[in-house]
Design a protein around this ligand. Structure first.
Ligand code: CO8
Length: 260
């Protein structure tokens, strides 16, 4: 098959990951495996990059969810295996060392929205549409969508979306806190690049450690969260970049960070 399903390009210090499974970027097992391979390769090349942007190819969708055309072959055992693998792959995206920004256009539904929720920050075009339409198929969001939405949505709103399968606009997704910004149609990649440009001059190890603390602290008690902050903050003082940041401030010049 010639279709790549997903691929990446590195431009400057930014990796742009494209999901490319026409027409709707449905996330079947093969596409998710290629996404996993892309993030594994990016992990190998993490010294070359400082941020990742994740988006969908084509006009229609970031991703319209799991591939419904494969649902008839599912049994409880197959579903258990596939969901467990899906959770691993989505966690690779969520816990990638550098920030992962979702640049969203078109449909962002079901498993597609669940993948978007693994991004650190989501910028969406005003024409994008969001939702958990799984109940139309008599299932529910099982790819981490419920667990991760709980960090964004009030419980009643999440239930409203999950129980009705209602599709909402980018403006509503913004007002609910599901996404961070709405941009004009055709501009999500550009807006994500602008955001990333504002990050990559900063101390990369500070950004990565901040991401790790935020991702882990939400599952910890306040005391455990404080201990994690202490540990990672203290570790940063052993890096060249930390000293460079302080030195540059004192010498009134721009810091030159090397990620070490
Ligand atoms: N899977 C497979 N094919 C899809 C999907 C999908 N999720 N979405 C769209 N397509 C296909 C359509 O079948 C159609 O194909 P064809 O041309 O061969 O008939 C083509 O894309 C274009 O679609 P439409 O003609 O329907 O286009 P519209 O613009 O009229 O509608 C929609 C677009 C609204 C996106 C509509 O296609 C739709 O509702 N799609 C389904 C969305 C959905 O229900 N997503 C959730 C799926 S369930 C899920 O994600 C749970 C994850 C759990 C993981 C399970 C792992 C084991």
């Amino acid at each position: 098959m010639d279709q790549k399903l997903a691929y990446y390009d590195i431009k400057g210090q930014i990796a742009i990951v494209t999901i490319d499974h026409p027409p709707m970027n449905a996330l079947d097992a093969a596409t998710k495996e290629v996404i996993a391979e892309v993030f594994r390769e990016l992990d190998d090349r993490k010294q070359e990059i400082r941020a990742v942007i994740l988006h969908g190819a084509g006009e229609k969708a970031f991703a319209a969810g799991a591939d419904i055309k494969t649902f008839l072959e599912l049994t409880p055992d197959i579903a258990r295996r596939r969901l467990s693998r899906s959770h691993q792959i989505y966690s690779m995206v969520e816990n990638f060392q550098w920030p992962v920004i979702g640049a969203i256009h078109g449909f962002c539904l079901g498993g597609g929205l669940e993948l978007a929720l693994c991004c650190d920050i989501r910028y969406a075009e005003e024409t994008a549409r969001f939702g958990f339409p799984e109940v139309n198929l008599s299932v529910f969001p099982g790819n981490g969508g419920i667990a991760r939405s709980l960090y964004h949505l009030p419980l009643g709103k999440l239930k409203e979306l999950v129980f009705t399968g209602e599709i909402i606009s980018a403006a509503e997704a913004l007002s609910l806190g599901l996404i961070e910004k709405v941009v004009p149609a055709g501009k999500s990649l550009e807006a994500a690049l602008d955001l990333v440009e504002r990050m990559i001059g900063k101390g990369p190890l500070g950004v990565a450690a901040g991401k790790k603390v935020i991702n882990r602290a939400r599952d910890l008690s306040i005391q455990q969260g404080l201990e994690l902050e202490t540990e990672l903050w203290a570790n940063l003082t052993a890096t060249e970049d930390m000293k460079e940041g302080a030195r540059a401030f004192i010498e009134k010049r721009k810091p030159q960070y090397r990620g070490k």
